[in-house]
Design a protein around this ligand. Structure first.
Ligand code: NDP
Length: 295
C-alpha cells in the first residue's frame, strides 16, 4: 500500500505557480471577502493569505459587516469585478443567514471565479478539459474548454495523476453528488474515459452502496460521514481517495475506515493530509490561470 499524501504534490505544483507568477509584470491579486467574524473563516483566510504570500500573490482581505444585505454584497462583488487590478475573487464561508452563497457566487465574473463555481465555469467542464477521443477511437490531447476547475475535484485529479495509473476504462465509483465535489468530479473522470458510477443518499437508502463500492477500482468518497465506507468493502488493489473531513471527539477522520481499507488498497489518501493540502494550491493555480486569461 502506498500512502497518497497531498503535500509533496502540492509542493511541486507550487514551484510551477511561482515560476508562472514571476513571468507577470504585476503580482496577481486575489480578493477575499469575509462577511462578519467566524473562527472557521478566519482560519481559512489566514492559511490562504500565507499560501498566497509564499507564491508571490497579493492577498487582499475585505472584511464586511455581518448585517450587510444581499444587494449590498452583490454591489461589492460587482465593484471587484470591474476593478482591473483584481484577478480573482473568493467569498469565505460560512455566510450569515441573510446571504445565499449560491446567489452571490453567480455574480462573480466567470473570469475571476477562482473557485470554479460559476455556472459558466461548471458548464465548460461538460465540454471537456484536455483529453479527447479522436475519430478513430484513439486518445489525443487537444486544447479544451475548461481552464478554471473547482478546487476539490481538481485536487482529486492531481492525486489520481500522481499514482501514474491510467483511468481509461477503469471502474470508478464516486460517493457523494454535491455541486462542489461529486458532480464536477464525475465529469472530469468521464473526460479521462473512466467508467463512472456516482452514488448518493438514494444508493444508500436502496441498500446498494456496498455493492457499488466493492467493484470500484478507483473509489472517491465525498460525503462527510465518519467511516461510512467499511474497509472490508474496498477492492484489493484499489485506489482510495477520501475527501471527507469529520471531527470525531478530538480526532479528524475521513469517510472511509482507514486501517482496514489500507490493508486492501494499492493507494490511499490519509485524512488529514490527503486532499486538504492540495485544495488551497488549486485555488492559487486557478488565480494564476485567471490572471493569464485576463491578460
Ligand atoms: P455535501 O454535504 O454538500 O454533500 C454530501 C454528499 O453525500 C451529498 O451528495 C449527499 O447526498 C451524499 N450523502 C449523504 N449521506 C450519504 C450516504 N449515507 N450515502 C451516500 N451518499 C450520501 O458535502 P460536500 O460535497 O461539500 O463535502 C463532502 C465532504 O468532503 C465533507 O466532509 C467536507 O468537509 C469534505 N470536503 C473536503 C475538502 C478538502 O479540501 N479536503 C473540500 C470540500 C469538502 P444528498 O445530497 O442526496 O443527501
Amino acid at each position: 500500500m502506498k500512502l497518497l499524501e497531498g503535500k509533496p504534490i502540492a509542493e511541486k505544483i507550487k514551484e510551477e505557480i511561482k515560476q508562472r507568477v514571476s513571468s507577470f509584470a504585476n503580482k496577481p491579486v486575489l480578493a477575499s471577502i469575509m462577511v462578519g467574524e467566524n473562527a472557521g473563516a478566519a482560519s481559512y483566510v489566514k492559511s490562504q493569505g500565507r499560501a498566497a504570500d509564499n507564491l508571490g500573490i497579493t492577498y487582499q482581505l475585505h472584511r464586511l459587516a455581518p448585517d450587510i444585505s444581499e444587494a449590498e454584497l452583490v454591489k461589492f462583488v460587482q465593484k471587484l469585478n470591474s476593478d482591473k487590478s483584481v484577478n480573482g475573487i473568493i467569498i469565505q464561508m460560512p455566510l450569515p443567514a441573510q446571504i445565499d452563497y449560491k446567489k452571490i457566487s453567480q455574480h462573480i465574473a466567470p473570469e475571476k471565479d477562482i473557485e470554479g463555481m460559476h455556472p459558466a465555469n461548471m458548464g465548460k467542464i461538460a465540454f471537456g478539459t484536455l483529453t479527447s477521443l479522436s475519430a478513430n477511437g484513439e486518445r489525443s490531447r487537444t486544447i479544451g474548454q475548461a481552464k478554471i476547475l473547482p478546487c476539490t475535484p481538481a485536487a482529486v485529479m492531481e492525486l489520481l495523476n500522481a499514482t501514474g495509473v491510467d483511468l481509461y476504462g477503469k471502474e470508478v465509483v464516486v460517493v457523494g453528488h454535491s455541486e462542489i465535489v461529486g458532480k464536477p468530479l464525475a465529469l472530469l473522470l468521464l473526460d479521462k474515459f473512466a467508467t463512472v458510477t456516482v452514488c448518493h443518499i438514494g444508493t444508500s437508502k436502496a441498500g446498494k452502496l456496498e455493492e457499488h463500492v466493492r467493484k470500484a477500482e478507483v473509489l472517491i468518497v465525498a460525503v462527510g460521514k465518519a467511516r461510512l465506507i467499511k474497509g472490508e468493502w474496498v477492492k484489493e488493489g484499489a485506489i482510495v481517495i477520501d475527501v471527507g473531513i469529520n471531527r470525531v471527539a478530538d480526532d479528524i477522520v475521513g469517510d472511509v475506515e482507514f486501517e482496514e481499507a489500507a490493508k486492501r488498497a494499492a493507494f490511499i489518501t490519509p485524512v488529514p493530509g490527503g486532499v486538504g493540502p492540495l485544495t488551497v494550491t488549486m485555488l492559487m493555480r486557478n488565480l494564476v490561470e485567471a490572471a493569464k486569461l485576463q491578460q
